[in-house]
Write a protein that binds this ligand. Structure first.
Ligand code: 13P
Length: 258
């Protein structure tokens, strides 16, 4: 059995007080109501990571859920004003980091080359990269969606040694589905997830392909998650908007097997 994952990407939302409120609420609902066999990750903005780690520790000092960052610098350290390094994230005891999100590709010049550099640094610091891939509407309509995903995977990830690749989580996020309310159909999502798994199998073999978690992201809601998560190659979700409401997020976590 593959691990089931649900990760929340808060993006640039909430101020300090609102973040604290949401984290308090999340700790309560996740510890009381969430399926225990699902790995839950919350990725707040950098400035709230320390607070998130403090709040999500239970009485036994275990984290109720894991904490991740939304991005990382492609550089190790030094004169890069405003950047945050993989070592900094790891030293705070966060465990995950999103890389290659389409918003970073679109607004901040992220490329498959920077994705590859960032993944390398995250792995060196024992952080788990959640690597996003996805096609635009135009690319889908032009029928090049599979080529686009293949290039993103090949250039961003397939340089890794099998041992390193086995620590990767992939998120398929069709750009046209992000924040639009237009969720991919179960069929569209499963078709791409299956294709991604076939590419991993071609490169790294059956065993690694079988074990790699592939998440779906893009307008995933408590309504759409159950049938998406029931698809054989969909192992969970990377959730934007719906991760900002504790009840919606926990409903999505509980969508497996429904
Ligand atoms: P939405 O769930 O808001 O569409 O965002 C998805 C996403 O980009 C998660 O990384």
């Amino acid at each position: 059995m593959r691990k089931k994952f649900v990760a929340g990407n808060w993006k640039m939302n909430k101020n300090f007080q609102q973040a604290e409120e949401l984290l308090d609420e999340l700790v309560d609902v996740v510890s009381a109501k969430a399926a225990p066999d699902v790995d839950v990750v919350v990725c707040p903005p950098f400035v709230f990571i320390e607070m998130a780690l403090d709040i999500c520790r239970d009485e036994q000092s275990r984290n109720v859920f894991s904490i991740g960052a939304q991005d990382v610098s492609a550089y190790t350290s030094g004169a890069y004003t405003g950047e945050v390094s993989a070592e900094m994230i790891a030293s705070m005891e966060a465990e995950y980091c999103i890389v290659g999100h389409s918003e970073r590709r679109k607004y901040h010049g992220e490329t498959d080359t920077t994705v590859a550099q960032k993944v390398e640094l995250l792995l060196q610091n024992s952080l788990t990269p959640i690597v996003c891939v996805g096609e635009t509407l135009e690319e889908r309509e032009n029928g090049v969606l599979f080529d686009v995903i293949k290039t993103q995977l090949t250039d961003g990830l397939f340089h890794l040694q099998p041992m390193d690749f086995s620590h990767i989580v992939i998120a398929y996020e069709p750009v046209w589905a992000i924040g639009t309310g237009k969720t991919a159909t179960d069929k569209q999502a499963e078709e791409m997830h299956k294709y991604i798994r076939s590419l991993i199998e071609e490169k790294y073999g059956k065993e690694i392909a079988r074990k790699t978690p592939i998440l779906y992201g893009g307008s995933c809601t408590p309504q759409t998650a159950p049938s998406l998560f029931a698809q054989p190659d969909i192992d969970g979700g990377l959730i934007g908007g719906a991760s900002l409401k504790a009840d919606d997020f926990v409903s999505i976590i509980n969508s497996f097997g429904k």
